[in-house]
Design a protein around this ligand. Structure first.
Ligand SMILES: [Zn+2]
Ligand SMILES: [Zn+2]
Length: 165
């Protein structure tokens, strides 16, 4: 006998989803919907609680060095750079961010996000070919400007960053 596990109603094609009807076991449509709505609210409330409880902690963590290094490693992983590359080393990271400024606009690198820009996009990831820059400059450069053009734009970008114009 095909019955809903929860309310015991008999299964028909109209009160079950096709998958449940095919599997011949599970809950009817009404019970599934009820469960989903109830749990959505529960998980949402739990998430909010967790978020407010850890907000200040997380904020502090995002200002710290390990968090930033983690971000860099994420970028390197995304760019599929081999682990033997010295870019992965902590020393390189320390040197790269020692000034904590964007190569183009000279603004501070945001703790949450910054990018590593390839000076010459044709070349691969080499230490000499990488400069740190803010996400904004990185997106601006993309495929539209060359390194030389970006350096010509740099004084204006700096002025915008400092809100002088
Ligand atoms: Zn049911
Ligand atoms: Zn910048």
């Amino acid at each position: 006998m095909l019955k809903c596990y929860k309310c015991g109603k008999r299964f028909t094609k109209s009160n079950t989803t096709p998958t449940t009807f095919k599997r011949r076991k599970g809950w009817c449509k009404t019970c599934e919907k009820e469960y989903r709505v109830k749990n959505k609210e529960r998980s949402r409330l739990y998430g909010l609680e967790y978020y407010s409880a850890h907000q200040s902690e997380r904020h502090l963590y995002q200002q710290t060095f390990p968090y930033r290094h983690r971000t860099l490693k994420y970028f390197l992983k995304k760019a599929k750079i081999s682990r033997s590359n010295p870019l992965w080393s902590l020393n390189f990271f320390v040197g790269l961010l020692s000034f904590n400024e964007c190569h183009y606009c000279l603004g501070p690198l945001h703790s949450k996000g910054y990018a590593l820009d390839k000076v010459d996009p044709e070349k691969s990831y080499l230490i000499s070919n990488i400069v740190p820059c803010c996400v904004r400059c990185n997106r601006l450069k993309l495929n539209h400007f060359s390194y030389r053009e970006m350096m010509l734009l740099a004084p204006i970008l700096g002025q915008i960053q400092r809100k002088e114009i």
